[in-house]
Design a protein around this ligand. Structure first.
Ligand code: 13P
Length: 286
């Protein structure tokens, strides 16, 4: 199945596919292991920093091996690729899906670059995700801030502008900002579901991606899935599970074998992935 087939199946089946950030063999094992246990499609994704840490070719090969070993519908996504060159490298390395994030660029430059990325990606039968409104927040640190303060600093997606952007660029997937902050905050994140419904109505033939899947009210997530969101990104909750567990393990043992120190952390990441897969409705959907 191609990436588009996998997304189409999710849209028709009324579920979303979790896009989980991986930063090495430990998180890769956690995501693929859980996908196997729950017989779920998953997207493995890596941000710029994660790609640099693991290596772009190394990551592509690790996922290729996992696809062969498990036979699961696994997709590898470049998460927030910031420029054409990075997207090109990922396409050449064998990624299955490209998220080009030009939201920090002037609109005309975002559109022009997205078009170029789409041209190259489509020549390799790879779908492209694009965005115009910067998704606020960060998956890099945990803050005690009120999420509403950060949401107020962001520009929520205008459905008409989204429609024009999709028309002009030819992106297959659209990532909007409806309050879906990156990161975890003092309170649960709430989504503007009315706005999501308007975006969906404006883009009936475009797949919808929801970033910032950590720390969001679970009823809002279920409603977003019912509104045709087919991809939900999750990073911070995996990072927190990994870090807290590793920290506890290190404090509790004199063990020095690295592979023994990460075992429990991988297990805790798996629990988060399993909870998300069930919430997104993709269990058993292979
Ligand atoms: P969270 O860190 O909030 O889960 O967001 C991840 C994300 O959207 C990656 O693109």
């Amino acid at each position: 199945m191609t990436a588009i087939d996998i997304l189409t199946k999710a849209k028709n089946g009324g579920y979303a596919i979790g896009a989980f950030n991986v930063a090495g063999i430990e998180t890769l094992k956690a995501v693929v292991g859980t996908a196997k246990e729950l017989q779920s499609p998953v997207i493995l994704e890596a941000s710029d920093g994660e790609v640099k840490y693991v290596g772009i070719k190394e990551l592509a090969y690790l996922v290729k091996i996992q696809k062969e070993e498990t036979g699961l519908p696994l997709l590898l996504n470049l998460d927030h690729g910031k420029d054409f060159e990075t997207c090109k490298q990922a396409i050449e390395a064998g990624f299955d899906y490209i998220h080009f994030d030009g939201s920090n660029l002037p609109v005309a430059e975002n559109i022009a670059t997205a078009k170029e990325v789409v041209k190259l990606a489509h020549a390799h039968a790879i779908p492209v995700e694009g965005e115009i409104d910067h998704i606020q927040g960060s998956s890099s640190d945990r803050t005690k801030e009120d999420p509403r303060t950060i949401q107020q600093g962001g520009l929520y997606t205008d459905p008409e502008k989204a429609q024009k952007f999709v028309e002009q660029t030819g992106v297959d997937v659209f990532a909007g900002f409806i309050g879906n902050l990156h990161g975890i905050y003092a309170q649960e994140i709430r989504l503007d579901l009315n706005l999501l419904a308007q975006i969906e109505a404006a883009l009936p033939h475009t797949f919808l991606s929801l970033h910032g899947g950590s720390g969001v009210n679970e009823e809002d997530i279920k409603k977003a899935v019912k509104t045709n969101v087919v991809k939900i990104n999750v990073n911070s909750e995996l990072r927190v599970a990994y870090k807290m567990t590793l920290q506890a393990t290190l404090n509790a043992t004199n063990e020095i074998a690295i592979y023994k120190l990460t075992t429990q952390a991988i297990e805790e990441v798996k629990k988060v992935v399993a909870r998300k897969i069930r919430l997104f409705g993709s269990e058993g959907k292979i």
